[in-house]
Design a protein. Structure first.
Length: 410
């Protein structure tokens, strides 16, 4: 019980901050103007922490990728499987929010979407999305996509320089560790910062705010449970037929309970490896797909990304279902689920990218952070246990054969 409380302490403290802020907003709205600066300070600290973390995390990861590729067909099959499952989860969630819409809130910000480039050609927009004209503009949260591309290229260059680039690669690794700790320190202030911002929203918008958050959260949990049972069953059937369904669910109980109690995909990895072995997934596949999947394959994060983008658009009163907005949402979702998955608090980095790409106002950020935190338990279950069924699917499409459980060595 003590371990469970420890793993969920962040969520519990955040809920306490939100509840306290709500009561302040309802019963002492005159105090809110004094509290809002605390929320603004927290958000500003978050901005300046996330941007350098993105650079160091991506550049460091690319710089340390080992050369050569022995994995061949398994790696290719794994990439296809991860992308397919993530996109299916995202499209399913888009369908859910389309057929069960939430009423938009009145905006509390004077900031609007940046339409300064609305009349630009698509070529100009693409240039603006992917690059900047000055190095100093690169580390602005408004240019996150350009920063990601620059970090990727920097990491590639650092890897190619071999021994001559060792000192720089050490710098990237050290910078990543430092910025990771800095973000963790900043996030300790989340209950106060987001609680203060929530007090402001309650005081200015009113009690309708609770209903506004309740529906997207309810949609996520209902659709997430549906996805968990229906889609995972379908994937298991496609991988191994009716026998695959039975074996997957018989062996997925322990990993699911581990994910709920630890709220960690990494902590669930040993249980997933054991389950995969009992299902008959070859160790040569399980030992690649599940460890990599715990970082790069996140069905739950894919679904929560769509929900958060949808909520942000509701707050600013814009059309989420515009075709271009949906395509961008899918692109952001793939990034959040695969690239940011290997970064601590990667969801926040995805949110910064979302704010940057859509040019959303600052008021959207606390909302998506709150949604992201509250859906985390179910998202972890979907993220972690999805790796086992992904390993089954990779076994099928790679042409490998399932083996008897006693033959498997983990």
């Amino acid at each position: 019980m003590k371990e469970v409380l420890k793993n969920y302490s962040g969520i519990i403290l955040l809920l306490f901050g939100i509840i306290l802020g709500s009561f302040i907003g309802i019963f002492s709205p005159n105090v809110v103007s004094y509290l809002k600066p605390l929320g603004d300070i927290f958000l500003n600290l978050l901005f300046v922490s996330v941007v350098p973390l993105v650079y160091f995390a991506v550049a460091n990861s690319i710089a340390n990728v080992e050369k050569g590729g022995k994995f061949g067909k398994i790696i290719f099959s794994m990439i296809i499987t991860f992308l397919l499952f993530i996109l299916i989860a995202a499209i399913f969630t888009i369908a859910v929010v389309y057929f069960f819409p939430t009423q938009a809130l009145p905006s509390t910000s004077n900031d609007l979407l940046d339409n300064s480039g609305a009349d630009d050609s698509w070529g100009d927009r693409i240039v603006r999305f992917f690059t900047v004209g000055e190095f100093s503009e690169l580390f602005s949260r408004k240019n996150m996509l350009a920063l990601l591309i620059f970090a990727f290229l920097t990491g590639t260059a650092a890897r190619k320089t071999g021994e001559a680039g060792k000192v720089f690669r050490d710098f990237l690794a050290s910078g990543y560790e430092v910025m990771k700790e800095l973000l963790l320190l900043v996030m300790k202030g989340a209950p106060i910062g987001l609680g203060a911002y929530f007090a402001f929203q309650v005081a200015t918008i009113g009690p309708q705010l609770f209903g506004f958050y309740a529906k997207p959260l309810g949609l996520y949990y209902i659709s997430g449970v549906f996805y968990f049972f229906v889609f995972f069953t379908l994937y298991a059937f496609l991988a191994k037929g009716k026998r695959g369904i039975k074996e997957f669910w018989m062996n997925n109980i322990y990993p699911s309970l581990t994910a709920i109690s630890t709220c960690s995909s990494f902590a669930t990895m040993p249980a997933n490896l054991l389950a995969a072995g009992k299902i008959g997934v070859p160790s040569s596949i399980a030992n690649i797909v599940i460890p990599i999947g715990s970082t790069l394959h996140k069905n739950g994060s894919s679904m929560s990304s769509i929900i958060k983008i949808y909520v942000a658009f509701l707050i600013i009163g814009k059309d989420f279902f515009d075709p271009m907005n949906l395509l961008l949402a899918l692109g952001i979702t793939v990034f959040v689920s695969i690239v940011a998955g290997g970064i601590p608090n990667g969801g926040y980095i995805g949110e910064m990218l979302m704010i940057s790409v859509y040019s959303l106002p600052q008021e959207a950020i606390p909302a998506v952070m709150i949604i992201g935190t509250l859906v985390d338990p179910l998202a972890t279950v979907l993220n972690s246990t999805g790796d086992t069924v992904a390993a089954m699917f990779v076994t099928k499409i790679s042409g490998e054969k399932f083996v008897e459980a006693e033959e498997v060595v983990i």
